[in-house]
Every structure is written in structure tokens, then in C-alpha cells.
Design a protein around this ligand. Structure first.
Ligand SMILES: O=C(O)CCC(=O)C(=O)O
Length: 365
């Protein structure tokens, strides 16, 4: 069963003297709306400092306040302001190990199935593009399924996770209260995969009337530079860069800027089960998986404010496009940007093919 874990922590960090490695959390929401709360004390939830020693009334008030905070709020004020400053924030241990295992077991099934295919396959999608995208060099003996578009369209498990779990709540905390599901994809960098992701923002792929949107990056494996973790450019959500070259949408910023972005970027390192909430303007990219034995699998889910309406057809349309996952629907569009680049639909099954063209035509040099 998928349940919501509020303020997860590990005793390794909180109580190092105990030399234990236990995943705990302050509260769990399960069975619909039942909240199972850990015993609360007059602690500052962000700094873990004990407050009001010797003052029972003030301690009680603080403990009650903490309960309210945990029930109402998925993100702390500190996390919200980090998101506002940097354009992303990490939620450590947001996905329970049992859920991760189930997600990976399903992905393993898809990888096994891919052995029976030589080219991209399953065109039973809203825009007729292949759901399963194979990397060059894929074969029955060495399967290289690099992307599954909208696993949510073919898996109940992914639906439960993305529609009913704690992710919509976290997103609503940043852009809510009314949020719809936009699309999702599984990206798979195999050991030795030469896949590069060139610096881009997500909004230009799917311009909407306003830009209140979050891309959730869910780590299915431990990730670091060694296996091609994503690299995010802090503060870039406040900047704007063209994703066009010679009047054509190239799915990336100007290749001449990649080095500058690389110098500014932070490696998004973390453990399986961590989740990064990223603004849809934040520039991100990433290098190949240089390891020989470590997968780098990431689930990416895009959510938007309910009053954002698409200006072009969705790039990776899901059959659940515009499903309300928090709050209420609306028919009133809100507008933000004065101007927006509007892409032409591109033929490739995924953005990997689109970005490879800029490498192929020499724009990288
Ligand atoms: O897999 C990654 O590291 C990021 C990929 C990405 O940005 C995307 O698929 O839009």
C-alpha cells in the first residue's frame, strides 16, 4: 500500500551516537486520511533543537503546533525558500523502500520485454509515438531500454504512486492548491550508457499559459557523477534562454553556453527513494553513466497548476493528461510570460533523438 511519509529521517544522521541506520518519519498518512503520528515534543522541526526547557505550557503549545505543521504541510518553510532561491529542493527518503522495489520490479519486466524488439515499439499512445525508446546498440542479449514514456498509462502501480501518494501534496505545497498531472517518463541510463542530456528547461517543451509547474525527479537508484546523475543549474529558473537555433526548436539551450552551465551546475546526488522537486524553468543536463555495474534509473513526473493551459499539444501526452491530483479543476486560464517560444511538433519518439541532432549537425562544436 502506498502511504504518505511526513518528514522522513534516518537515525544515522539524527542520533549518530546510537550507531543505528533506521529510516523513520514524524508521521504517516495511510488508509486514506488516517494520520499515525510519532510522539511529539517541543522541538524545532527544522533544527531539531529542544525548546522551552522547564516551561510545560510552552512545550505543550510547541508540540501541538508541530502536530498541526506535520498534518498540514509537506514542505517546511526552509525547503520552500530553498526552492524559491535555487529552483529545486531535495526531499530525502520520500519514497518507501517497498514502493521502490515494486517500481523497479515492473521496470525489470519492461526491460525483459524489450529483448524481443529491435526498434522503438508500442505506438498505442495518444500521439502515436513509441512508448518504449531503445538506445543505439540495443539487442536481445544486451537490452538498452533508455526510456518508457508515461508508465502511468500502462501500470496501476505508477498511477497510485503519482496520483495518490505524497508527491501531489508536495507539489501542491509549492504551486497549489489546484494541480493536474501532465506527464511522466522513466529514464534509464545503463552501465556504460553514453547518453548525454544537454542543458535545457522543461517549460519550453510544453509551454502553458503560466509557468507554475514542477518536475519531480525520483531516484530509483543511488546517483552520483559516476553513474550519470542529473546536473542542475541553481538560480537558472529566474533566467530565460532560447531553445531554438536557426528558427528551429533544438530541445536544448545554445551549445556555446553548455560549459558555463556546467561550471555553475550542482550534481544532483542522492539515494534511491530521494525526490527532487524542480521548477520547470530550471536548466538541467547530465553526463553518461561511466560505471560498469550501476544502473541510473529515474522516474520523472511533471505536474502543473490547474489554471495553466497548454499552448501547444503536449510533447509526451498521457491518457491521464489534466487529471486533477490536488484541489479543484478550473476552466479559467491564468497567463504569466509576456512572450514564449512556441515549438513545432518534433518527429522523434523522445527528446534524446531530438538532442542527438544538435550533436550530429555540428552545433556542439
Ligand atoms: O534523465 C535525466 O537525467 C534527465 C532527463 C531529462 O531532463 C528529461 O528527460 O527531460
Amino acid at each position: 500500500m502506498i502511504h504518505k511519509r511526513i518528514r522522513p529521517f534516518n537515525t544515522r544522521e539524527t542520533y549518530p551516537e546510537q550507531k543505528l541506520d533506521n529510516d523513520l518519519c514524524q508521521a504517516v498518512v495511510a488508509r486514506g486520511t488516517t494520520v499515525f503520528l510519532r510522539g511529539q515534543v517541543a522541538q524545532d522541526l527544522d533544527t531539531r533543537e529542544s525548546l522551552h526547557v522547564g516551561d510545560a505550557r510552552a512545550q505543550t503549545e510547541k508540540a501541538m503546533q508541530n502536530i498541526q505543521t506535520e498534518i498540514n504541510q509537506m514542505l517546511t518553510d526552509a525547503q520552500k525558500s530553498e526552492f524559491a532561491d535555487k529552483g529545486y529542493v531535495m526531499m530525502r527518503g520520500a519514497v518507501a523502500p517497498s514502493v521502490l522495489q515494486a517500481l523497479l520490479a515492473q521496470l525489470d519486466v519492461w526491460v525483459e520485454e524489450s529483448r524481443g524488439h529491435e526498434t522503438n515499439y508500442d505506438f498505442d499512445t495518444p500521439n502515436g509515438k513509441a512508448r518504449f525508446d531503445l538506445e543505439q546498440g540495443h539487442s536481445a542479449t544486451a537490452p538498452r531500454l533508455r526510456r518508457v514514456a508515461n508508465p502511468v498509462d500502462i501500470s496501476k502501480l505508477y498511477q497510485t504512486l503519482l496520483f495518490e501518494g505524497n508527491l501531489p501534496e508536495m507539489v501542491a505545497d509549492l504551486i497549489g492548491p489546484n494541480v493536474f498531472f501532465h506527464h511522466c517518463k522513466l529514464n534509464n541510463k545503463f552501465p556504460g550508457a553514453n547518453t548525454r542530456v544537454e542543458y535545457h528547461a522543461d517549460h519550453p517543451f510544453d509551454p502553458h499559459t503560466n509557468d507554475d509547474g514542477i518536475t519531480v525527479l525520483m531516484f530509483l537508484d543511488d546517483m552520483d557523477e559516476g553513474n550519470g546523475c542529473a546536473r542542475l543549474v541553481p538560480g537558472s529558473h529566474k533566467e530565460r534562454y532560447t531553445h531554438f537555433r536557426d528558427g528551429k526548436f533544438i530541445g536544448a539551450t545554445d551549445p556555446k553556453l553548455f560549459d558555463t552551465f556546467d561550471q555553475r551546475a550542482e550534481s544532483l546526488e542522492g539515494k534511491a527513494g530521494d525526490v527532487c522537486l524542480m521548477d520547470i524553468w530550471t536548466l538541467h543536463g547530465g553526463g553518461p553513466n561511466l560505471s560498469s555495474d550501476r544502473n541510473r534509473r529515474m522516474l520523472i513526473a511533471d505536474y502543473r497548476a490547474a489554471d495553466a493551459f497548454a499552448l501547444v499539444a503536449p510533447a509526451v501526452p498521457s491518457r491521464f493528461y489534466r487529471k486533477i491530483v490536488a484541489g479543484e479543476p478550473t476552466h479559467v486560464a491564468r497567463f504569466r510570460e509576456g512572450t514564449m517560444e512556441i515549438l513545432e511538433p518534433y518527429p522523434d519518439d523522445s527528446f534524446f533523438g531530438l538532442q542527438e541532432q544538435i550533436t550530429a549537425d555540428g552545433a556542439m562544436q
